[in-house]
Write a protein that binds this ligand. Structure first.
Ligand code: PGA
Length: 257
């Protein structure tokens, strides 16, 4: 079954209640573009307010703890996100890996906790500029992804529908530089090969692969029509309904093309 393009906004540490008007506008616009699956991950503090009002879009979180609960000051568990109305969580974002020292092993445990709590998972991977220049991008990204993927019981088929991978080259995040569509196609192809080798033809192809890194309305059509690109993970351009829905519109048009 062909999947709808998945356009996810990562608001990072942006957003007070004043931004709920943008979330409302995104939700209204998403109701007119049902061929695209639109979701936003605001800061934790806005998950429940967005959930309460949203009719069409899904709301999710940008991280979660790997345990169910306990003495972890300042942390939030996957079950708490689900309780607040969150439907998914972004894990292993390069800003978490860099700023909070998150290892592949920790990201894997978080992904397992999130799936156990019934959340969908968007698992991020991506190389630095130095790694790309050294010609080691593919080896690095597939290695990072393999070590970050959750383990699950054999026969748990529902996992594949719940799992999404996001390829986000670090040098393209928030910089205005995007990878070329050739580079994106090549990396997404390698990621697909890995997923098929791990899970088999059918399940390995069920997992969507998003591209992230300076996606904007102006470049979205090209990126979204690249082979193996199932959607986009959008930072800066997701902060206003106008630019975010410009990307969703490009996704809708690429479906019709
Ligand atoms: P950007 O961020 O769109 O601002 O480059 C993408 C991301 O970090 O997910």
């Amino acid at each position: 079954m062909p999947q709808r393009p998945y356009i996810v906004g990562n608001w990072k540490m942006h957003g007070t209640r004043a931004m709920l008007s943008e979330a409302r506008a995104i939700d209204r616009a998403a109701q007119r573009h049902m061929k695209v699956e639109v979701a936003i991950a605001p800061p934790y503090t806005l998950i429940h307010p967005v959930h309460r009002e949203a009719k069409q879009i899904a709301v999710g979180a940008q991280d979660c703890h790997h345990e169910d609960g306990g003495a972890h000051t300042g942390d939030i568990s996957a079950a708490m996100i689900a309780d607040a109305g969150g439907k998914f969580v972004i894990l292993g974002h390069s800003e978490r890996r860099q700023n909070h020292g998150e290892s592949d092993e920790l990201v894997r445990r978080k992904a397992e906790a999130a799936l156990k709590a019934g959340l969908r998972v968007i698992l991020c991977c991506g190389e630095s500029e130095e790694i790309r220049e050294a010609g080691k991008a593919t080896e690095f990204v597939t290695g990072q992804l393999k070590a970050s993927l959750p383990e699950f019981d054999e026969g748990d088929e529902a996992i594949f529908e719940k799992l999404t991978v996001a390829y986000e080259p670090i040098w393209a995040i928030g910089t205005g530089k995007t990878a070329t569509t050739e580079d994106i196609a090549e990396m997404h192809g390698e990621i697909r090969k890995l997923l098929v080798s791990l899970y088999g033809e059918e399940q390995g192809r069920e997992i969507r692969i998003l591209y992230g890194g300076s996606v904007k309305p102006e470049n979205a059509a090209d990126i979204l029509s690249t082979p193996e690109v199932g959607g986009a993970l959008v930072g800066g351009a997701s902060l206003t309904a106008d630019s975010f829905m410009g990307i969703a519109l490009a996704a809708a048009e690429s479906e019709e093309a």
